[in-house]
Design a protein around this ligand. Structure first.
Ligand code: ADP
Length: 484
């Protein structure tokens, strides 16, 4: 699929350090999850590569920090334009190495580019403050300055957008970046970095270190241990987030963590059922269920339980599974065999504990799994407690509003939650009661660049996107000026 790139110069297989494409003695294979075929061999850097990248980012720091906000705005805007112009090639790279249908990949490029556009604008709005003074001979000010070298570690499920959501605000604030993309999806990351270079991001301001699974652990350790790295932004599993937090303790780094979720999706008796079914399909099956905000548990109230299941299972059974490059595919493969094993384990466990299979429940060829609906799920099943991260929709029955809230909140996670109701009072009550960072009320897809994305509890720290997204990359300095 990569032979068809319009701009072959976007296909890079080396790391980017200090403006140079650099190789390593070892390489690792990137595979198409739809076919298992090898797409490319990418440079496998380790701790030494990470250190070279950190040093480059450190050296580039002062000159980048001293550019004007308007200069950074102009470079970021150019980067946004290049991402948009190369949308088709970027989408092909995403589908090839990640597997999502091409239409979704195009959507990801648009979504990912929108963060660059947004933070290009926000670069001009990192304002300081002048505070009322307690003494006429003094002036009190607050400066907001770039934090310094920032490390970003990103996952494979959104190979482009998870990068721009971190890198764009960091660059806008005047920080330099070392980025370690997921080992499954480095090709998209490298193309994004190449476009940043073409847009005029100076050497050393954005460095990209590629590494395989084992190398990623070393690179992560190195970023955490470095005194030059002042901030780590990570999107991925809660388990790795915890590890990065522990590893960052000795150097007291600022952390932004966007971790796992276990999103509840609640359908009340007074919901618009057709809208709820469509919302559930969009929320659950986007990217084959491999997003951290995917509905993981569907709670449906007594009065509409059977009707919802009937409509929902019929829609799910009709979803077309296939290679993301086939025009009518709406669900691609899962990322790797371990992802299939997890879905299978959750389905087997639920069936053994009394769930009813309405559709799916089986592997198809290769890394494809049939979109699945289970009815009569209960709280002690694995699928209630863990994020499946695959195309399994377990449906639970509930009776009262309070019961739904308690079930929804009964998890250590708190990223996204969704519910459908037409009752105004209920919409306010439930939105306020849910323990999570984001709520979709009568909406299954809610993310966009100018809203705060992030979680509470063990789903993470900090917010990305919105006006808050750039705050991560800024330190506040109080200046008390006396003798005036
Ligand atoms: P997922 O389950 O989505 O693959 P991970 O948390 O394993 O989530 O991976 C997200 C990112 O974290 C990837 O870039 C991966 O290489 C990286 N990663 C995994 N383990 C570690 C680690 N021990 N230290 C640093 N980064 C890691």
């Amino acid at each position: 699929p990569l032979a068809l790139l319009v701009d072959a110069g976007l296909l890079k297989t080396q790391s980017l350090i200090d403006g140079h494409w650099v190789d390593a003695p070892g390489r690792f294979a990137v595979r198409d999850p739809a076919t298992g075929r090898e797409l490319a061999q990418v440079a496998n850097l380790g701790a030494a590569g990470a250190e070279a990248a950190v040093q480059a980012a450190h050296r580039a720091g002062p000159a980048w920090r001293d550019t004007t906000a308007k200069q950074r705005h102009a470079i970021l805007l150019r980067w946004y334009q290049l991402l948009t112009e190369h949308r088709e090639d970027l989408a092909r790279l995403i589908t090839a190495e990640q597997g999502k249908p091409l239409a979704e990949a195009r959507g990801e490029v648009t979504y990912g580019a929108s963060f660059v556009e947004w933070f290009a604008e926000q670069a001009k709005r990192v304002n300081g403050e002048v505070l009322p003074s307690f003494d006429n001979a003094r002036r009190l000010m607050v400066l907001r300055q770039p934090i310094g070298v920032c490390a970003a570690i990103t996952p494979w499920n959104f190979p482009l957008a998870m990068i721009t959501r971190k890198v764009a605000p960091a660059l806008a604030a005047g920080c330099t970046v070392v980025l370690k993309p997921a080992e499954q999806t480095p090709l998209t990351a490298l193309a994004v970095a190449e476009l940043a270079r073409r847009a005029g991001v100076p050497d050393g301001v954005l460095n990209l270190v590629t590494a395989d699974g084992a190398g990623s652990i070393d690179v992560g350790k190195h970023f955490c241990a470095s005194e030059l790295v002042r901030h780590i932004s990570f999107t991925g599993s809660t388990e790795v987030g915890r590890l990065l937090m522990a590893q960052s303790a000795p150097t007291i780094k600022k952390l932004a963590l966007e971790l796992g979720g276990n999103a509840p999706f609640i359908v009340f008796d007074d919901a618009d059922l057709d809208a709820a079914v469509e919302g559930a399909i969009a929320s659950k099956f986007r990217n084959a269920g491999q997003t951290c905000v995917c509905a993981n548990r569907l709670y449906v109230q007594d009065g509409v339980y059977d009707r919802f299941l009937e409509k929902f299972a019929a829609r799910v059974a009709a979803l077309k599974v296939g290679n993301g490059f086939e025009p009518d595919s709406v669900q691609g493969p899962l990322i790797d065999p371990a992802a299939l094993d997890k879905v299978e384990k959750h389905v087997d466990d639920a069936l053994a504990l009394g769930a009813r299979l309405l559709t799916g429940g089986r592997r198809l060829h290769g890394q494809f799994y049939a979109p699945t609906v289970l009815a009569d799920a209960t709280a002690h099943m694995l699928c209630a407690r863990e994020e499946t991260f695959g195309p399994l929709a377990p449906v639970f029955r509930f009776h009262t509003e309070q019961e739904a809230i308690d079930l929804a909140n009964g998890t250590e996670f708190g990223l996204a939650a969704y519910f459908y109701s037409t009752g105004l009072g209920r919409c306010f009550r439930v939105a306020e009661a849910l323990q999570c960072g984001m709520v979709g009320v009568n909406a299954g897809i809610i993310a966009t660049e100018h809203v705060p994305f992030g979680g509470v509890k063990q789903s993470g720290l900090g917010r990305e996107g919105s006006a808050l997204g750039i705050e991560e990359y800024v330190e506040v300095k109080y200046v008390c000026m006396s003798g005036i």
